[in-house]
Design a protein around this ligand. Structure first.
Ligand code: FBP
Length: 553
């Protein structure tokens, strides 16, 4: 493979570790806190997780060393969507494992959780790890979205753990994948499989966070990548002065990515799904938010602008949310009939016949492409695949219609020409920023310490992230602490609760205080490309979200 100069340089980058881990695995002791409770549905979860529920949070402190030094075999799984830094989690895990005992073995299960079920693994040796240090992507072993849920899948996972002599499995994933990790930990405990299960908080979406998880890895790099592109588009818009750019940003449900990019780039409009839901806004009202900026700017001679749209928007518009919930239940209950329809057109007709009331009317009035996109296959966790719904185009169509009406009424005389963009996959495999490279390496190293200390059902945790890496606080948090019951595939299931944008949180408040000005004036900010070498204030700066949520002390 031909290496780029940056790739070669990044191989040599030494991630910065929290001070408590920098002394090596032999000098890490664990301090336990109070027993924990889940975020909701406590009795139900206590009953579902009799072994793992309510464990105390763990914090690493300097001490005699809690991690066992015997030879171990650990299996790593990369799960769900790619996020920059996954390779460094594996590198940190590998280095911790080898520091514990050079005879230990790291296995990589191929293609996500399915690799564990089907026992498809490779040995990850030093030479392999060195080819992936500080690089983006999950290609070292691949990823997948298999949900381990049937008794047969659990039994096969246990058989793999036994056959391979696994002491621990490290699941590197988002909320759904770590829900899997919690279920697996409980199953192993119940069945007497002597194998820990440790999670690592991954997702560019930024929605796996709480008091112990300040950020999921990958959010930093992905948002900086998108912000660079948005800044470039803003400059293009302000130069050409003829286009409105509608940019949909990945992030499935939560709007953290859109909000972070807004704080970095100061676009004219940024929609926040959580606010749309809280205000009970209809699609027409959401459209009006954009239209009012377009009209105000046109009056000032600026027929250009930039609008950010979170990927999950339509799921938060109450009437769409009800429609999607009905579609999900209907597709679960009448799945066979639905799938038996001969083509897309027949499926749309079938759905139109099956829906009733307001949902039927809403669905009937949508453009045909959106109708089709709404009934595409759900992912294995029951989620609508929002990245495949062209919300940005739906919004452009709505805006055009409204502007035409305003023009006819004599209250708009601007020129509107739109460009649609979707930034998602572009950011998921970028070279991890220094922040993500350091954070991920530390998370992997911590996962080893948790596993080697005999803990199970924990998520690797590093806190105090807005401070320099040496001051970061490492440890683990019980997975059940983040769980509640939610409706999936038509039934109540235990899942890790998504952390959505909080409207009384500092990032949203900072945005809300400035947005009326941005809507009318041109206040663009150009973050530029991620810098890997240079002064720390340029290269190691965390996201605006993190700095606002956890101001440096
Ligand atoms: P997870 O990190 O939760 O797995 O998802 C990240 C994500 O990039 C979402 O933002 C997006 O909606 C989804 O994956 C896209 O999925 P896919 O890669 O299957 O198209």
């Amino acid at each position: 493979m031909q290496l780029s100069p940056l790739q070669e340089a990044r191989y040599a980058y030494a991630p910065k570790l929290p001070k408590v881990l920098a002394g090596g695995v032999g000098r890490v002791a664990i301090e336990f806190g109070e027993p924990t409770e889940s975020v909701a549905d406590r009795e139900a979860l206590r009953a579902l997780f009799p072994s793992c529920y309510g464990k105390p949070a763990a914090k690493f402190v300097a001490g005699p060393g809690a991690a066992k030094r015997a030879k171990m075999t650990i299996g790593a799984i990369l799960s769900g969507g790619q996020a920059p830094g996954g390779h460094n989690v594996i590198a940190g895990l590998f280095d911790g494992l080898k520091a514990g005992n050079p005879e230990s073995t790291l296995l990589g299960f191929k293609g996500g959780p399915g690799g564990l079920v089907d026992d498809k693994a490779v040995v990850l040796d030093a030479a392999t790890i060195d080819r992936y240090r500080n690089t983006g992507g999950f290609d070292i072993i691949g990823s997948g979205r298999t949900k381990i849920e049937t008794p047969e899948q659990f039994a096969k996972s246990a058989a793999t753990a036994r056959a391979r002599g696994l002491d621990a499995i490290v699941v590197i994933g988002g909320d759904d994948s770590n829900t899997n990790a919690a279920l697996l930990a409980e199953y192993f405990a119940r069945e007497g499989v002597p194998c820990s299960v440790i999670g690592v908080p991954k997702t560019i979406d930024g929605d796996l966070k709480n008091d112990y998880i300040e950020a999921s890895f990958g959010f930093d790099t992905a948002t900086k990548t998108y912000a660079e592109l948005i800044g470039n588009i803003e400059r293009d818009a302000a130069s050409a002065r003829k286009y409105w750019h509608f940019i949909k940003l990945m992030g499935r449900s939560a709007s953290h990515i859109a909000l972070e990019c807004a704080l970095q780039c100061r676009p004219n409009v940024a929609l926040v799904s959580e606010e749309v839901e809280a205000r009970g806004m209809t699609l027409a009202q959401v459209t009006e938010t954009v239209v009012s900026s377009i009209v105000a700017r046109a009056e000032r001679g600026m027929n250009f602008g930039v609008a950010l749209i979170p990927e999950g928007l339509i799921e938060f518009i109450p009437d769409f949310k009800a429609l999607i919930a009905e579609l999900n239940d209907m597709m679960a209950a009448r799945g066979d009939e639905f799938r038996a329809q001969k083509d897309d057109e027949a499926r749309v007709r079938f759905v139109e016949g099956a829906l009733a009331g307001a949902s039927a009317a809403l669905y009937a009035g949508l453009p045909v492409d959106i109708k089709r996109q709404l009934i595409m296959d759900r992912d294995p966790h029951g989620n609508v695949q929002v990245s495949r719904i062209d919300t940005e185009k739906l919004l452009i169509a709505m805006v055009e219609k409204r502007l035409a009406a305003l023009e006819a009424a004599g209250s708009y005389s601007g020129a509107f020409s739109a460009q649609a963009h979707f930034f998602g996959y572009e950011g998921r495999c970028a070279f991890p920023s220094n922040f993500d490279a350091d954070y991920c390496y530390g998370l992997g190293y911590s996962a080893f310490v948790l596993a080697a200390s005999g803990l199970t059902g924990y998520l690797s945790s590093i806190r105090n992230l807005s401070s320099p890496a040496a001051e970061w606080i490492a440890g683990g948090v019980p997975l059940t602490m983040m769980m509640n019951l939610e409706r999936r595939h038509g039934a109540e299931k235990p899942v890790i609760r998504k952390a959505l944008v909080e409207l009384d949180g500092a990032p949203f408040k900072a945005f809300a205080a400035a947005r009326d000005d941005w809507a009318v004036e041109t206040r663009y900010r150009f973050p530029g490309a991620i810098q890997y070498y240079g002064p720390a204030e340029v290269c190691d700066r965390p996201t605006e979200t993190l700095l606002l949520e956890r101001p440096r002390k």
